[in-house]
Ligand binder design. Structure first.
Ligand code: NI
Ligand code: MN
Length: 228
């Protein structure tokens, strides 16, 4: 059972875990860097890190069409459930065994108001452990925090980290995050969508090589994948 991770631009990811299609933060409509067709993309589960519009994105439309279950913190899940979406609420520190793997919610230093201003609780990251014991840490929108070291202690195969700066960690702090987590692989995201988060990701990937031990960094273009 392989694990394929596709970056759709900004913070949107598609995980193919065995037969399951898992979308993360599916912001496509209005994204300057996505050409995903919202009407056809498959989804069995949708993970939403927090309530901001560039992460909730097309969740409601895709979940209604596909019947996908949306996993998010309680407050965001309630907001989505009120819009006719099937949800599974979790909260920070809590793990649950879903059909695609065990998912634990991790802390994130950020905000989480929903698009209409509703309270979204705390923002989250995700730690997915697949049946084959592959561990993927999706940090979500976050600043650097020292407890990333604790997440790293779990033995991370792939970390997906924001590097855009301004709203999240920038390149320097993301390098420090890699050194705390010590993942086998890392993918930078949440950059290049708009001018304010423009970054030289190629340079960042090179710096991981020279400054972060054995971690392999992967520069993906929107739509490209990494298979673990
Ligand atoms: Ni955000
Ligand atoms: Mn964001």
């Amino acid at each position: 059972m392989s694990l394929k991770v596709t970056w759709f631009g900004h913070a949107a990811l598609g995980l193919e875990v065995g037969y399951f299609h898992v979308l993360v933060d599916p912001f496509f409509t209005g994204s300057p860097v996505s050409n995903v067709n919202v009407d056809t993309i498959p989804a069995d589960f949708i993970l939403v890190t927090h309530g901001h519009g560039d992460h909730v994105g097309d969740t409601v439309a895709i979940a209604r069409r596909t019947g996908a279950t949306v996993i998010a913190v309680y407050e965001v899940a309630n907001w989505l459930a009120a819009r006719g979406v099937q949800t599974h609420a979790q909260h920070l520190g809590g793990g649950y065994r879903h059909p695609f793997g065990h998912l634990k919610l991790t802390m994130a230093l950020h905000g989480s108001s929903l698009p209409d201003g509703s309270y979204g609780g705390n923002p989250a990251g995700f730690l997915l452990t697949t049946e084959e014991d592959k561990k993927v840490y999706i940090a979500g929108d976050t600043g650097l925090f020292g407890d990333m070291r604790l997440i790293g202690e779990e033995g991370i195969d792939l970390a997906v980290l924001p590097i855009g700066d301004n709203f999240t960690m920038g390149p320097e702090d993301a390098l420090r995050a890699v050194r705390l987590i010590q993942p086998r692989h890392v993918i930078p995201i949440h950059y290049g969508t708009w001018d304010v988060i423009e970054q030289d990701a190629r340079r960042w990937v090179e710096r991981v090589k020279s400054e972060c031990g054995d971690t392999k960094a992967h520069l993906l273009k929107p739509g490209e994948s990494l298979t673990l």
